[in-house]
Design a protein around this ligand. Structure first.
Ligand SMILES: [Zn+2]
Length: 172
């Protein structure tokens, strides 16, 4: 005789009580096997919960929360600026061409033709930012502008040469 869904559930429940050790062991194994999936799910759940609770609180007291958010953003920006300052000091803290070092904050990261992923100051992740900065040299704004101009001119010259060669080979 086929069991109904309720009977099956009842049976499973009883089995679990009778064989509690085996049940717990199996559950633990299953958890360890799919640990990443479970963690991701729990993260999603807590994120959704936080969002729900926070949006409710935000509606109740919008002025306070906008102040908090502004303070958090400011804190984040300050931390980022501090990190950028550290990175500049790690790279020598002066312009690689003219040696300018009076205001370290204005020194810029120049990739010097190396494979660029993004501007260093636009990367939010600390580790990625540091890795990107390792590819760079430091330049003051003036030298940076001159260096970029030189690189652009060289690139244009190369392109002109390419076009010259291509058009000439067409005529032949
Ligand atoms: Zn310079």
């Amino acid at each position: 005789m086929a069991k109904t869904k309720e009977e099956k559930n009842e049976y499973t429940k009883e089995w679990r009580i009778r064989n509690r050790d085996i049940y717990l062991k199996r559950r633990r194994l299953l958890y360890q096997k799919n640990i990443d999936k479970y963690r991701e799910k729990s993260k999603e759940r807590s994120r959704a919960y936080y969002y729900e609770v926070h949006s409710k609180r935000r509606k109740e007291n919008p002025e306070f929360w906008s102040q908090v958010e502004r303070a958090r953003a400011k804190n984040k920006k300050e931390k980022k600026n501090l990190h950028l300052k550290e990175l500049r000091e790690k790279l020598g803290g002066k312009c690689s061409i003219c040696g300018y070092c009076e205001h370290v904050e204005i020194l810029q990261f120049h990739h010097h033709g190396k494979n660029k992923y993004k501007n260093v100051s636009e990367i939010p992740n600390y580790e990625k930012r540091e890795n990107e900065a390792k590819k760079c040299i430091l330049l003051c704004p003036n030298c940076h502008a001159i260096e970029t101009l030189k690189e652009r001119n060289a690139k244009n010259q190369k392109m002109d040469l390419q076009i010259y060669i291509e058009t000439n080979s067409l005529e032949l």
